[in-house]
Design a protein. Structure first.
Length: 382
């Protein structure tokens, strides 16, 4: 047996754990959170309820939900040192790098950091979900040269994000749309960032260390960074009329079109379908910039589906239509991936807690191709 038979490049097709959190059916384009279809979740639930569902494995009863929301909202405040770190780095580092650094520093402010009981990790998860959102919003706020806005505990999770970002309470329609986007990004089984979260946690490092790995992994344009990259591409295309030429040239030059393709979905990503539907709805009353982006996105989608959909199984993924939606919500392009991280935090935490119930250190093998038994020469003889 040679190396190529032994190695699953990119761990493609490899199962790494049992889980009852999320099912991705890439053949039929279906996604389930704890057994509930994403379409039902999108229509009926809220980000807060999805957090409860992912962490606890069931939908909450009314009293449980009220208690959960209260506990989640209570954790929103950022220590002033964390706001200080963000202020120091704004303008010097990218928002994702600032998020990674500020989030990592949060561990210093959690007295239960080294308590690895499930109860403590559930409590820490609420802190993480609440504060990663506050950090992301604060980065956007300070990037725009405005003053830091303290969280408002009377607001919902999505309302508070937009409030901390823009300094004013958002219209309900916009908060609802952000809530939907956060639900759609909350969880996606064993994707790269969730896997790296588990790899770090499998060493019995704490949950902050594990989620910091998840944030680092999300940054890349092949994963969470694709949303910002897709928006940059739409900006470069400029207008719907230019789309065909741009995509043709990009494909001829073997470039990847960001926001398309997926390791597991070989059909339309159901999340992208839902986002597309909302984009069509909002474009009616959106401003010229969002209308233009929507025109480009729909033209690119049509071309890509015709050229690569059925033939190569390359379809829009969750990151493709997000750009015009976030632009409509007033979220700047370089904040898309931090917002994605804030949305994915419940997924990372739920997986970490589940994995620790049956922890096993991740330690795969490499197929060594180098030499052995070489003669060591002292430095003066080389
Ligand atoms: N545009 C053009 N061609 C593509 C694209 C794309 N977006 N994606 C895949 N391909 C082509 C590759 O060039 C390759 O072609 P070839 O067989 O002729 O060499 C073939 O499809 C297979 O590509 P792989 O990279 O081997 O497939 P993989 O499963 O590793 O890729 C990935 C998945 C990384 C997501 C890929 O589709 C991609 O790079 N997409 C663009 C980035 C993106 O949108 N990422 C977000 C994914 S969703 C998420 O993480 C939240």
């Amino acid at each position: 047996m040679d190396a190529d038979d032994k190695i699953a490049v990119g761990l493609e097709g490899v199962y790494v754990a049992k889980s009852s959190i999320c099912k991705v059916d890439g053949i039929n384009g279906k996604l389930y959170y704890r057994g509930y279809a994403i379409e039902d979740i999108a229509k009926n639930s809220s980000f807060e309820e999805v957090c409860y569902l992912l962490l606890n494995g069931k939908l909450p009863k009314l009293a449980e939900f009220e208690e959960f929301k209260k506990a989640l909202y209570a954790e929103r405040d950022l220590p002033e040192e964390i706001v200080g770190i963000i202020s120091e780095l704004v303008g010097k580092a990218s928002p994702m790098d600032i998020l990674r650094t500020a989030f990592s520093a949060l561990s210093g402010f959690d007295e239960k950091l080294n308590d690895n009981t499930e109860q403590a990790n559930m409590e820490k998860s609420l802190k993480i979900i609440s504060r990663i959102s506050s950090i992301s919003a604060a980065i956007g706020r300070l990037e725009s040269k405005a003053q830091y806005v303290k969280p408002d505990k009377s607001l919902s999770h999505s309302q508070n994000f937009l409030y901390m970002l823009n300094g004013k309470k958002p219209e309900q329609e916009k908060a609802d749309l952000l809530d939907l986007m956060m639900m759609l990004h909350a969880e996606h089984s064993s994707n790269a960032s969730t896997f790296s979260t588990l790899v770090t946690g499998s060493t019995l490092a704490d949950i902050y260390a594990a989620v910091t790995s998840g944030i680092s992994t999300l940054k890349g344009p092949l994963h969470g960074g694709a949303d910002e990259a897709a928006l940059k591409m739409m900006d470069a295309i400029g207008s719907p009329e230019n789309t065909e030429r741009y995509i043709d040239e990009a494909l001829a030059g073997k470039q990847r079109i960001m926001g398309f393709g997926h390791r597991v979905y070989k059909t339309y990503d159901p999340r992208a379908k839902i986002i597309r539907g909302h984009l069509i709805e909002i474009q009616e009353h959106a401003d010229g910039k969002v209308k233009n982006l929507t025109g480009i996105a729909l033209a690119a989608e049509k071309m890509m589906v015709e050229k690569l959909g059925e033939t190569k199984g390359i379809w829009p993924n969750v990151d493709f239509f997000s750009g015009p939606i976030y632009a409509y919500l007033g979220v700047p392009g370089n904040l898309f991936t931090p917002l994605f991280a804030a949305s994915r935090a419940p997924g990372w935490c739920a997986h970490m807690i589940e994995y620790w119930r049956n922890n096993k250190l991740f330690r795969p093998l490499e197929y060594y191709e180098g030499e052995i038994d070489k003669q060591y020469l002292s430095i003066d003889k080389r």
